[in-house]
Design a protein around this ligand. Structure first.
Ligand code: BTN
Length: 227
């Protein structure tokens, strides 16, 4: 895997999408700071120096919806495992946040890259709070430093990428569920209450509500109903 490092970029995802055709499968774009870091649902991602910001370019040979969304969750599992290896009980919050004691320290934004409605590939952007002095967020957040963890960015990214490679062979759903304590519990997702019963092969949530089972494609699980 080749890593292209920058001091400053508007957004590593935006860069990877703009130069997608010149980049190769598994290339990584990394920046020390981002001036226009982007989060899910059009939110901003606070990207001061001291955090880890990178995007992986993926050009799957056989793009199927189920592979695409599961690649994002493979990345979340890879981050979670890398941080657990340092000794902190990090866990997953569906669809792909990584938390510690109710506070988020990693967010992932995957974007499909298309041309004339044809799928060309995807970019998976990862932001990890490590030791920034300033973080702007309306959700509870933490940093690896606040969690008492010390690790260099180069070792952390190397561990994440090696987990990502290894995970290709594993059963993602089982791996995800092992690290997601909200499974089988009552949760609220985008205002809808139910039991988080399962995750299907495409990474979608199966929520059992009073109206029956619902498949949730994307959404926000309330922080106060997460574990
Ligand atoms: C979220 O939880 O809302 C997703 C946050 C994703 C942030 C990362 S930082 C690297 C990459 N570049 C961006 O602009 N966003 C992603």
């Amino acid at each position: 895997m080749k890593i292209f490092g920058f001091n400053i970029l508007p957004s590593t995802n935006t860069y990877a999408i703009k130069y997608f055709d010149n980049l190769e499968d598994k290339n990584i774009i990394m920046a020390e700071t981002q001036t226009a870091g982007r989060g899910r649902k059009g939110r901003q991602w606070s990207s001061e120096a001291g955090g880890l910001y990178f995007t992986m370019v993926l050009k799957p040979e056989n793009p199927k919806l189920e592979n695409i969304s599961s690649l994002t969750q493979i990345m979340a599992v890879s981050v979670c495992k890398a941080v657990r290896k340092l000794g902190a009980k990090a866990y997953l919050k569906w669809p792909n946040d990584v938390l510690y004691k109710g506070k988020k320290f990693c967010g992932i934004l995957s974007e499909a890259v298309t041309q004339n409605n044809n799928f060309k590939g995807l970019v998976i952007g990862v932001g990890i709070n490590i030791e920034q002095q300033v973080i702007i967020s309306d959700k509870p957040f933490t940093t690896l430093a606040d969690m008492g963890l010390k690790i260099s960015k180069s070792v952390l990214i190397a561990n994440i990428l090696s987990n990502f490679e290894e995970m290709q062979k594993d059963d993602l759903v089982e791996e995800f569920k092992k690290l997601c304590p909200a499974i089988n519990k009552e949760i609220v997702v985008d205002g809808k209450k139910g039991i988080f019963e399962d995750i299907d092969k495409a990474g979608r949530m199966i929520l059992s509500t009073q109206n029956g089972k619902e498949i949730i494609f994307a959404g926000d699980v309330d922080f106060n109903t997460d574990f």
